[in-house]
Design a protein around this ligand. Structure first.
Ligand SMILES: Cc1cc2nc3c(=O)[nH]c(=O)nc-3n(C[C@H](O)[C@H](O)[C@H](O)COP(=O)(O)OP(=O)(O)OC[C@H]3O[C@@H](n4cnc5c(N)ncnc54)[C@H](O)[C@@H]3O)c2cc1C
Length: 108
């Protein structure tokens, strides 16, 4: 599966707990093919520095129409705190991937 780097708009942000959110992406224009178990690398400029971190895709390519990742704050973590505190619907994130070979095919 080919890896792409793209800008994706945040379609929705769901606050799961006090310290965790799910970010849903709008990939309607550029449908992304992925497998269960794969992850994306998200990049954002935070306080003047480009920060990149990996997040597992938490939706199913077989069941879910919308692509998402869930992020939990790590104490003093740069990216996780930024995303949980600041990311909003309509924001744009640099997303590369999907990556990861620890996947499975769904057998019917
Ligand atoms: C394949 C993969 C999939 C992942 N999927 C998910 C996912 O689905 N959801 C999720 O929430 N996370 C996931 N992660 C973890 C994620 O990539 C980040 O590592 C996590 O969000 C922390 O990033 P951060 O920028 O917030 O923290 P960072 O800024 O990287 O800091 C991490 C920790 O190190 C400490 N630290 C930083 N610098 C120093 C220093 N100089 N000295 C001492 N301590 C220091 C920080 O205080 C913090 O506790 C995944 C990681 C991998 C590898």
């Amino acid at each position: 599966m080919k890896t792409y780097q793209r800008l994706l708009k945040v379609k929705n942000v769901v606050k799961e707990t006090m310290d965790a959110i799910t970010i849903y992406f709008d990939d309607a224009d550029q449908k992304i093919n992925y497998k269960p178990g794969q992850f994306f690398t998200l990049t954002k400029e935070i306080e003047g520095k480009r920060v990149s971190r990996t997040y597992s895709i938490c939706t199913s390519p077989y069941l879910d129409a919308i692509l998402a990742v869930t992020i939990k704050k790590v104490p003093n973590g740069v990216m996780s705190n930024y995303l949980v505190e600041h990311i909003q619907k309509g924001d744009v994130l640099e997303v590369s991937g999907p990556n990861g070979n620890f996947t499975t095919e769904l057998l019917y």
